[in-house]
Structure formats: structure tokens, C-alpha cells
Write a protein that binds this ligand. Structure first.
Ligand code: SMG
Ligand code: MG
Length: 374
């Protein structure tokens, strides 16, 4: 075996129930706690790596959901990788490509193997991916509220905490009016963007295009994931850049969406495209097509956020990410808490994800543990 090749001895699948500090409502539902699935890879040399699976409890953001991810990992993906005698993270995608879809589950397994590999090699994930920055600009994603007054109050609270860029979740019936109210409250200079999470349909085109008057940084994924031509038509009708999230399922999909004129900015989420290695390729494609990217979020714990910070250190990440401080999500994070200073968060530099799991916190939120052996 060459130096970075490994063999896995066992893989643990941990389920955690992490209460959120406040409910987070989007067009597809309300999250009050994060049902987290952690993949822990143990190599025969004693290296340990962590991968957080970002699938939500229900299949509402994409077709994946956490019980389904745990099942496909236990019965298909983990056995395929456990059988490999000369494993590297770069081989995980090829070992699991016979199983269709399940990109978030595959991404978590690849990340666990990659973390183990990099901890063994003493290299940070940011360095491995080609990150060039020590800290990255971040923003906050603000959920839908019952009243416009509550939304304005919430935004002002985040502004006081130092968040420079604000993203507002929208849905039919909660869009032009609340966004206009926030724009008036914060003034013309605060970077504001919106995210429709696929809640709009073709008949809403003219209505969605009215967002163009609100001085937004971008409009994220108003239409369904496969509505490429429709997003391209919206882009023709707006000066505001259109950004895609749910549509971007691979590096190839990134190229297709950009070349079709459906987006001029890309929300990169590694898990949605099967892992950090594919996300790196999508970043390179976007750069080749002169298209800025930014790092999306899935309410990750500190472990998943560490990986996102490493990705966001790459040069093409030109806009602030949905990577907020730990306190925006969890009273007790799984890792040392991430703190925001001057609207930025530091990229971890230690080997692998660069952070340690707080075993006391893990113990208090753990709901299930399974072990799969070679
Ligand atoms: O991690 O700060 C975060 C959340 C960012 O809004 C966010 N994510 O569509 O971009 C998106 C949503 C998806 C997850 S909603 C639970
Ligand atoms: Mg989004």
C-alpha cells in the first residue's frame, strides 16, 4: 500500500438529536431540531475520521432523508468501502457509483474517509482542497416568520451581532412585502438576498421578476430543481443575478446551468453533489466559466461547518457563505464553537476537519449507534 492508502476496520453510524436555538422555517417546513447522522470511519491503523450527513429528517429539500441515508449507508455504501484493501478518499465515489443517487449519504462517507486520511497525513482539508484563505466572509440565513414585524426584528438582531450579509427565505405569500420592509429597515447598502427553495411555478414568473426592484445581491432557486429553462427566462427578465442551489447536483450540472443562462452565481453545497471532491470540480468548472460561487449550508454542526469553511477557502468563493457562527444554530455545538469576527470565520488549520468532537456534548445528544465491520 502506498502511504495514503488505508483499510477500514469498522464504520460507526451515530444519530444525534441537536436542538436548534430557534425554529427555522423555509418554504418546505419548520426545523426545530437537527436529526444528525454522523459517519465515523476507523482505519486498521487506528485513524478516525468524521463525516456529517446533511440529509434532513424528511425528503423535503431533496429526495434524501436521514433514515434513508442511514439505511443505504449501512446496507450498500459502507460495505462497498469496507471491502476495499487500498482505500483512499478519492476512491470512495468510484466504489459506490454502482448505487444510484444518495449523494448526501455518499458525501458523508467520503468525508469520513477523507478526514481519517488527512488526520493520518497531518494535512488540513482546506490545504488538500486548495484553499487559499485563512478566514472567509459569512452571512446568515433568516427563516420565514409569522409577521413582517418579527422578520425585521430578527434581521436587526443579526445585524447587531455583526452579520453583514442577510439571506431571507421566501415563499408565495411571503415575498415582495417582507423583503421590501427589510430593505427599508436596513437601508440600501446592506447586502440582501432571497431563497425560494423551489416553491414557485412557471405561472409565478412575472411575480418573481418583481423582486428585481429590491436591490438584491441574488435570487436563489425560486423554481423547481429541473426548471433550467424557466430560471434562464427569469434571468433574461432581471438585472439581479439568479443563483441555483437545488439544481446543482454535480460539476456537469454546474456547467449545464451556467451555459444555459439559468444562473450567473452558484450556491455550492458539497453534500448535494456527492462530496467535497465533486464540489471542488464544480468550483473549477464555475471558475472556468467566470461564475462566482458561494458556500451553502444545511444547519450543520461544527463538524460539517468545518468542512464547509475549508471549501469556502478556495479562490472562486467570491460571496459570503451560509456558514454562521455556532451560536446561530446550537447552544452547545459538537465541536469547539465557531465565532464570527468582523463578519468572518476562521478556516480550521489542523489535520483533516481540524476540530475535535466534544465527547460530553456527543454523549448528551446521541440517540442511536450502529457499527458495521469488515
Ligand atoms: O446552514 O445556515 C444554514 C442554513 C442555510 O438556508 C440555508 N439552507 O436552501 O440554502 C438552503 C437552505 C437549506 C436547508 S434548510 C433546513
Ligand atoms: Mg437554498
Amino acid at each position: 500500500m502506498s502511504s495514503n492508502q488505508m483499510k477500514l476496520e469498522r464504520v460507526e453510524l451515530l444519530r444525534l438529536e441537536m436542538p436548534l436555538v430557534s425554529p427555522f422555517r423555509t418554504s418546505f417546513g419548520v426545523q426545530t431540531a437537527r436529526d444528525v447522522l454522523l459517519v465515523v470511519a476507523h482505519t486498521t491503523d487506528g485513524a478516525v475520521g468524521y463525516g456529517e450527513c446533511v440529509a434532513l429528517a424528511e425528503p423535503v429539500y431533496s429526495e434524501e432523508y436521514v433514515d434513508g441515508a442511514a439505511h443505504v449507508l449501512e446496507h450498500y455504501l459502507v460495505p462497498a468501502v469496507l471491502a476495499c484493501e487500498d482505500l483512499t478518499a478519492a476512491r470512495v465515489a468510484e466504489l459506490t457509483e454502482g448505487f444510484v443517487g444518495h449523494r448526501m449519504a455518499k458525501a458523508a462517507l467520503e468525508l469520513a474517509v477523507l478526514d481519517a486520511e488527512l488526520r493520518q497525513a497531518g494535512m488540513s482539508l482546506a490545504a488538500y482542497l486548495g484553499g487559499t484563505r485563512e478566514r472567509v466572509p459569512v452571512g446568515v440565513s433568516v427563516g420565514i416568520t409569522d409577521t413582517i414585524g418579527q422578520l425585521v426584528e430578527t434581521v436587526q438582531r443579526y445585524r447587531e451581532q455583526g452579520y453583514g450579509r442577510i439571506k431571507l427565505k421566501i415563499e408565495p405569500g411571503f415575498d415582495l412585502e417582507p423583503v421590501r420592509a427589510v430593505r427599508e429597515a436596513v437601508g440600501p447598502d446592506v447586502p440582501l438576498q432571497v431563497d425560494g427553495n423551489t416553491a414557485y411555478r412557471a405561472a409565478d414568473l412575472a411575480h418573481v421578476a418583481k423582486l428585481d426592484d429590491l436591490g438584491l445581491l441574488l435570487i436563489e432557486q425560486p423554481f423547481e430543481h429541473d426548471a433550467i429553462a424557466l430560471h434562464a427566462e427569469l434571468a433574461r427578465r432581471c438585472r439581479t443575478p439568479i443563483c441555483l442551489d437545488e439544481s446543482i447536483t454535480s460539476a456537469a450540472a454546474t456547467a449545464r446551468a451556467i451555459l444555459a443562462g439559468a444562473c450567473s452565481i452558484v450556491n455550492l453545497k458539497a453534500a448535494r453533489m456527492g462530496g467535497y471532491l465533486e464540489a471542488r470540480r464544480a468550483h473549477d468548472v464555475a471558475q472556468a466559466l467566470d461564475t462566482p460561487v458561494w458556500c451553502g449550508g444545511m444547519l450543520e454542526t461544527g463538524l460539517g461547518r468545518a468542512a464547509n469553511l475549508a471549501l469556502a477557502a478556495l479562490p472562486g468563493f467570491a460571496l459570503p457563505g451560509d456558514i454562521s457562527a455556532s451560536a446561530r444554530y446550537y447552544a452547545e455545538d459538537l465541536t469547539e464553537p465557531f465565532i464570527m469576527v468582523d463578519g468572518q470565520i476562521e478556516v480550521p488549520r489542523g489535520p483533516g476537519l481540524g476540530l475535535t468532537v466534544r465527547e460530553d456534548v456527543l454523549g448528551s445528544v446521541l440517540t442511536e449507534r450502529r457499527e458495521i465491520r469488515a
